[in-house]
Design a protein around this ligand. Structure first.
Ligand code: PLP
Length: 426
């Protein structure tokens, strides 16, 4: 298990809940390098996270020791691969509050999970005259599939606006979510503003009118505890790669009755009960939605990412990020003219900092910081409707995770101040 199993990732001292960032960094080989002759500071975690040695080793182990196809093999390797793949499913279920493991469907990411729901549940349930509700802060992954569904069925796509502070404006929620609403799709945390959404009022209103709720957890599950046994969501989706796991693995959690009543999304091997020339019957969930050979290696390695996060403790992860967010919100104000987006209060937001400089284009900010070894993201962050609403074409975005600390924020802020001198605007 490498360093995590020794327990040295947890610091017992001044702040028993804090993370020992130095020890954590040592678990991530990629962080130990120079970019443009400067030590790498990785602040692009909202795009994807880095992987600890345990995850990398799990991938290598799989290919070296027990690579085989799953679910239908009769030999030892196939049994071992099947057992490990299914063990990750059980682990995901435990990680999310001990839910029924049959509710967990593996996809290739959040995007595929939402497309699955839209193409299966959506196409079956949504008709002309109905409406589908999204919010103004959605990632394209939780916007475009619903746009396409509404467009192709003649349904109306409605949106919940945001306030100037970057929260959802629920004041007109009863007019927006109505008895013709079939689906409400909302992010648990915004990938641009960092806003953490209070889901309960939306879930309550949707259920009152008989609609289902789809929650995009791509930015939430990696960063704070999510207990799906306590949250009455119909669908909850996220991606492994944003939470220390490999790329190519997503999770869709659905309510059992809804999943089993939904038509399959893709057709082929592994998802059938019986196939005849004149009749095909399908498996129940989750197999019904996992046609063909799945991404076995990456699912197996995702298990190690879940263990790593559990070892740190998701409460401790949230506490660390909340304190670091508080620090960053304060420090970023030292950069003259910098305009920071999203809620000002660390209690209601995560560690995603989108900002603009009045004189320097976000792409130039990104390039300047890269020259200093600091990796951030610049662009529209796959949220063009939101950026349009903010009257921006692009922003620069820094985002933190468990291996970042105050020193990373200090270097970011110092570089942003120097940048203004470099561009002759300081
Ligand atoms: N939703 C949100 C809020 C995201 O931040 C992202 C990725 O940036 C996605 C969905 C899409 O995730 P993926 O590309 O892993 O499918």
């Amino acid at each position: 298990m490498g360093d995590v199993s020794t327990g040295r990732a947890i610091r017992v001292g001044e702040n028993a809940l804090g993370l020992d960032v130095e020890a954590i960094r040592a678990d991530f080989p990629i962080l130990d390098q120079k970019i443009n002759d400067k030590p790498l500071i990785y602040l692009d975690n909202a795009a994807t996270s880095q992987k600890p040695r345990t995850v990398i080793n799990a991938l290598i182990d799989y290919y070296r020791k027990y690579n085989a196809n799953i679910h239908r093999g009769v030999h030892a390797l196939a049994e071992q691969a099947t057992e490990r793949y299914e063990a990750t499913r059980s682990h995901v279920a435990r990680f999310l509050g001990d839910i029924d493991r049959e509710r967990v469907v593996f996809t290739k990411g959040t995007t595929e999970a939402i497309n699955l729901i839209a193409s299966s549940y959506g196409v079956e349930q949504v008709r002309a005259g109905d409406n589908v509700v999204v919010t103004e802060m959605e990632h394209h992954a939780n916007f475009v599939p619903w746009f396409h569904l509404a467009d192709s069925t003649g349904a109306e796509l409605r949106r919940i606006p945001i306030t100037v502070c970057g929260h959802l404006d629920l004041s007109r929620i009863d007019d927006i979510i109505t008895d013709r609403t079939r689906i409400v799709a909302v992010s648990h945390m915004s990938n641009v503003l960092g806003t953490i959404v209070d889901l309960q009022p939306l879930i309550d209103r949707a259920h009152d009118v008989g609609a289902i709720v789809v929650i995009d957890g791509a930015q939430s599950v990696p960063h704070f505890p999510v207990d799906l046994s306590a949250l009455d969501a119909d669908f909850y989706v996220f991606s492994a790669h944003k939470m220390l796991g490999p790329t190519g693995v997503g999770v869709l959690v659905g309510q059992r009755e809804i999943l089993d009543a939904m038509p399959p999304y893709q057709y082929g091997g592994s998802m059938i009960q019986e196939v005849r020339f004149d009749r095909v019957t399908y498996e129940s969930s989750p197999n019904r939605f996992e046609a063909g050979t799945p991404n076995i290696a990456d699912v197996v390695a995702f298990d190690a990412a879940l263990s790593y996060l559990e070892h740190l403790g998701m409460d401790a992860v949230r506490l660390h990020e909340r304190e670091l967010t508080r620090y960053a919100l304060r420090k970023l104000q030292e950069v003259p003219g910098l305009e920071l987006q999203g809620p000002a209060d660390a209690e209601h937001r995560g560690g995603v900092f989108s900002f603009t400089d009045p004189d320097i284009h976000p792409a130039d900010i990104g390039a300047y910081l890269d020259a200093k070894g600091i990796a951030i993201r610049a662009g529209h962050h796959c949220a063009q409707p939101l950026l349009r609403q903010m009257q921006k074409v692009a922003t620069a975005r820094a985002s933190i995770y468990v291996y970042n600390d105050e020193s990373d924020i200090d270097r970011l802020v110092a570089a942003l101040v120097d940048m203004r001198t470099y561009f002759g605007v300081g």
